[in-house]
Every structure is written in structure tokens, then in C-alpha cells.
Design a protein around this ligand. Structure first.
Ligand SMILES: O=C(O)c1ccccc1NCC(=O)[C@H](O)[C@H](O)COP(=O)(O)O
Length: 264
């Protein structure tokens, strides 16, 4: 595991322990049960690709460890509506507070503003967080393979499946890709960002793209900023993308997203 990821996950474990002491699991499950049903996250990506387009997971991201503050006039419902109007398939909403200036409320507010499926973008270290994510309305969660052992990964995935949610399994290299394939989810993302030094290298995706088994929805993540970037990925058979910073930096998020997807 990388240093930054270790640091973030250590902080997350302490955060979750405090939350568990405050909230009973039964109360959380009751909130989760009262939510509107999960919207199909992977299905929304696959539908865009089947229609001949790109499947975009558009990220609502205020700040990051690598860049600090990205957007000062941060407005999750407005950004969600802009992304939906421009043709995104899904949303990703950062909820981590200390490293991304996120908030649980950003997820609920963004989801309520649109009909798109929403990923709770956070660092999952405990199956308890899955019930918490569903209680907030999340349709999908993220599993970062580098952050977890195989047993914990399977437990977190199992909890998500029990809640009817999709799981985006994130890897950085071939060894992690092999571990991802031991899970049930066939929604796999390759993060182009090296979490040790934050450099971005699209070769990470290119090297792993042909290892995706048939029927796998394969996502390229991080550092993507133009239609040319997406088209270069498509040359390698990749048609689904997770994009945050390059869109969140633009004053007109809707036009920027449309430009990213169509070039116009
Ligand atoms: O974005 C970071 O600096 C970062 C640092 C440490 C762990 C994770 C990090 N990002 C999470 C992500 O996966 C990205 O937000 C996502 O792929 C979108 O990337 P981008 O389009 O480059 O904002």
C-alpha cells in the first residue's frame, strides 16, 4: 500500500470507529431500507456504451490531496444537474472530509437533484460503511484493492451486493488486477494516478485494458481532460471514464462536459 493511501485509510478507520460508537447498526440499516432503491450504476455505463457513446462517471470534487482546493464556488446539486444535462452516465461524489473537503450531505444533495446513479467516492475500510453509504442514497461504492486484504474486500463487496449496490473495484497494476478478478464485481477501474507521487500515466490503463475479461465494464480513472484523451483510450478498447478535476475547474461545467464527450 502507498504512503498517502495508508495515511488516508488510517484516518478513515479512526473516523469509522467514532461513527460506529455514535450510530447503532440497526438504525443505519433502517435508514438504508427507507431509501429509494439503488439506481443501476454499471448498467448506466453499459447503456451509454451500447448506444455508441462513452460512459462517463462525472466526479463532484471540491479538493484533493494532490491539488488542494479545486473549486471555490462548490455547489453539488448544480454540478450534478450540469453533468446530467451534458450526457454523463453516472456521478461520483467525494464524501471524505479531511483530504477531499467532501461531505456526506454532498452525496444526498447531488443524488436528489438528478436521476443518475451515484457512487459514494470514499475510502472503504469496514463493511459498516456500506450500510452508511446506502443510507445516504449511494447506488455504488468504491473498493480500492491496494487498501484492503482479500478477506475484507470480499466482506465489503458482499455487504454492497446484499444492499443491491454496484461496486467499482479500483486497481493500479497487474497484481491488483488479478486480486480484483477474485471478487464478483465485473466493474473494474484502473487509476492512472500514482498515489505515492501523484503523477498520472495513461500507460497504466493501456497496459491492463486487454486483461479485462469478456463482459467486464472497464473504467479509466484520473488525469483525463479532453476528448482526445478519451479517444486515445478508446483506441485501446476503453470506453468508460472517471473524470473530476478537469471538469470541476471549468466555470461552465455543462459545456465542459459536453466538450469532453463530443468535442463540440
Ligand atoms: O485526486 C487525488 O489527488 C487523490 C489522491 C489520493 C487518493 C485518491 C485521489 N483521487 C481519487 C480519484 O480517484 C480521483 O478523484 C478520480 O479518479 C478523478 O480523477 P481526476 O479526474 O484526476 O480528478
Amino acid at each position: 500500500m502507498t504512503n498517502k493511501l495508508t495515511e488516508i485509510c488510517d484516518a478513515k478507520r479512526a473516523h469509522v470507529a467514532a461513527r460506529k460508537a455514535e450510530h447503532s447498526f440497526a438504525a443505519l440499516e433502517a435508514l438504508a431500507a427507507g431509501q429509494t432503491p439503488p439506481r443501476g450504476f454499471r448498467a448506466a455505463l453499459d447503456a451509454k456504451v451500447a448506444a455508441g457513446g462513452y460512459g462517463l462517471i462525472a466526479e463532484i470534487k471540491k479538493a484533493s490531496p494532490s491539488k488542494g482546493l479545486i473549486r471555490a464556488d462548490f455547489d453539488p446539486p448544480a454540478h450534478a444537474r450540469a453533468y446530467e444535462a451534458a450526457g454523463a452516465a453516472c456521478l461520483s461524489v467525494l464524501t471524505d472530509i479531511p483530504y477531499f473537503q467532501g461531505d456526506d450531505h454532498y452525496l444526498s444533495a447531488a443524488r436528489a437533484a438528478v436521476s443518475l446513479p451515484c457512487l459514494r467516492k470514499d475510502f472503504m475500510v469496514d463493511p459498516w460503511q456500506v450500510a452508511e453509504a446506502r443510507a445516504l442514497g449511494a447506488d455504488a461504492i468504491l473498493i480500492i484493492v491496494a487498501a484492503l486484504d482479500d478477506i475484507l474486500m470480499a466482506e465489503i463487496e458482499g455487504a454492497a451486493i446484499d444492499h443491491g449496490m454496484d461496486v467499482l473495484v479500483e486497481v493500479h497494476d497487474g497484481a491488483e488486477f488479478d486480486r480484483a478478478l477474485r471478487l464478483k464485481s465485473r466493474l473494474i477501474g484502473v487509476n492512472n494516478r500514482d498515489l505515492r507521487n501523484f503523477t498520472v500515466d495513461f500507460a497504466r490503463t493501456y497496459e491492463l485494458a486487454d486483461r479485462a475479461p469478456p463482459g467486464c465494464t472497464f473504467v479509466a480513472e484520473s488525469g483525463l481532460g479532453s476528448k482526445a484523451d478519451l479517444d486515445a483510450m478508446a483506441e485501446h478498447g476503453v470506453r468508460c471514464f472517471l473524470v473530476g478535476e478537469s471538469l470541476m475547474r471549468q466555470p461552465d461545467v455543462e459545456s465542459a462536459t459536453r466538450r469532453l464527450l463530443t468535442g463540440a
